[in-house]
Write a protein that binds this ligand. Structure first.
Ligand SMILES: [Mg+2]
Length: 439
């Protein structure tokens, strides 16, 4: 089995460092970030210079100033921290697809499969540090841990000297934990420490070597976790974001018109995007809603499907039905569609399966054709291949809100080749037309 390699990153004194990055005058000085600028407000972050004077997180502004009258106090500025976090995490995303955002300044990066050894992981860690220094800010430093499990990686970076990188392997783990206090371990607080002390366990090395059965007798499953974490047994893995509970898209109409074909084309695009997201997640929806606004108000409704679906055409038909029933007056101004009650795609054969889908070599509920189209669109640009109802819809209608996707000009030969591989070239199914995307 491939060696698992997890990297954990934690930016040091995050809010305070970002403030010092933004204002060079603050650098090298004791600084506290206050939740509110009142004497009794708490400092929610302090710079390393402040910490050196005993001004730690949780100290009141008044008490911080008593410890050092030169303490600089600034008010918390979340947008500044968020935009810095985005920059840091977008660098991380270049080194793995499997990233867990643990907090605003902490992340787990699963490097398994992206690097072949701990040595390579260390190189990647150093490059990330250097890039944060160069691309985000020279005042930002981070601690890093690299290990075979998520827990050990965080333990390594929690216990690393500020700004340093610690690698824990099977070989050095024993030495590393020897003599360390119980509360240095992620997840062990004073109460647990007291209970462990009662068992005669006084440090992390002793905990690591304590018989696991005895720990389980004392603490049940928690006892196993304590032992497993310190012995390099993976219990959770990097926790990438869980699938959403609902997916949907919305769009404000740029053209104010009563042209039904235009409205339906926009709805088709919104439903197609929603269907694609569902299929990308390997999920199906149990229900669907449409909302719309008009110059005279708005309306909408939701329905439940008899069978779960991820079929864009089904979403589209439902959207049109709801719109026709609910739209009484006014010129439409915006549309929103959403799917809810999501569940993983069931591979069960449906009684109502479309036999045509079989012709294209896919099981009735595999969304084989739709997924093939999704792949082509992923490869050659959005809506190179699109449902007929979208035909003629100018590109900017119902575009992605965040325009990071490339528009690729239509390459007939490449498209034919791609379609050939999917086995249905020359046999375009109903409702699907090849449309040209403007480059
Ligand atoms: Mg931090």
């Amino acid at each position: 089995m491939q060696q698992r390699i997890i990297l954990h990153l934690d930016v040091n004194s995050y809010f305070a460092s970002v403030e010092q990055q933004a204002n060079p005058f603050y650098r090298g000085k004791p600084l506290g970030v206050a939740a509110t600028m009142t004497p009794y407000g708490c400092l929610i972050a302090t710079s390393k210079e402040a910490k050196a004077k005993g001004i730690v997180t949780g100290v009141r502004v008044k008490d911080g100033l008593a410890l050092d009258p030169n303490l600089i106090v600034v008010e918390v500025d979340p947008p500044k921290y968020r935009s810095t976090t985005e920059k840091i995490f977008s660098i991380l995303a270049e080194y793995s697809e499997d990233i867990e955002t643990y907090s605003i300044d902490e992340a787990f990066v699963n490097l398994t499969g992206f690097v072949r050894s701990f040595d390579e992981a260390v190189k990647v860690g150093r490059i990330i540090k250097q890039r944060i220094f160069e691309e985000v800010g020279e005042w930002l430093t981070c601690s890093m841990g690299i290990a075979q499990t998520r827990w050990l990686a965080k333990f390594a970076s929690d216990t690393a000297p500020k700004g340093e990188l610690v690698v824990l392997t099977r070989d050095n783990l024993d030495d590393y934990v020897r003599g360390r206090e119980l509360t240095e371990a992620w997840g062990i607080a004073e109460r647990m420490e007291a209970r462990l002390l009662d068992l005669g366990i006084s440090n992390l090395w002793e905990l690591k070597h304590y018989p696991v059965t005895n720990l389980m007798e004392a603490f049940g499953i928690k006892g196993y976790e304590l032992w497993a974490n310190l012995n390099g047994v993976e219990l959770s893995g990097v926790q990438t974001p869980r699938p959403p509970k609902s997916v949907g898209h919305s769009h404000v109409l740029r053209r104010r018109t009563m042209d039904r074909r235009f409205h339906e084309a926009v709805l088709m695009k919104l439903c197609e995007k929603t269907g694609r997201r569902l299929r990308g997640l390997d999920m199906e929806a149990g229900g669907f809603w449409l909302g719309f606004g008009t110059t005279l108000g708005g309306g909408g409704d939701s329905i439940r499907f008899p069978n779960r679906t991820a079929d864009s055409q089904m979403l589209f038909k439902t959207a049109v039905d709801i719109f026709r029933q609910q739209h009484k007056a006014g010129v439409p101004t915006h549309f929103a569609v959403g799917c809810f009650d999501l569940a993983p795609v069931s591979r069960q054969l449906s009684l109502f399966a479309n036999p045509r889908a079989m012709r294209y070599g896919a099981g009735p509920k595999d969304y084989g054709l739709a997924k093939a189209l999704d792949e082509i669109n992923d490869k050659y640009g959005e809506y190179v291949v699109a449902p007929g109802a979208m035909f003629g819809l100018a590109k900017h209608h119902a575009d992605d809100r965040i325009g990071f996707r490339k528009t690729v000009s239509w390459d007939v030969a490449a498209l034919d080749k791609a379609l050939m591989g999917k086995g249905w070239v020359g046999a375009e199914p109903d409702g699907v037309e090849v449309v040209r995307e403007e480059a």
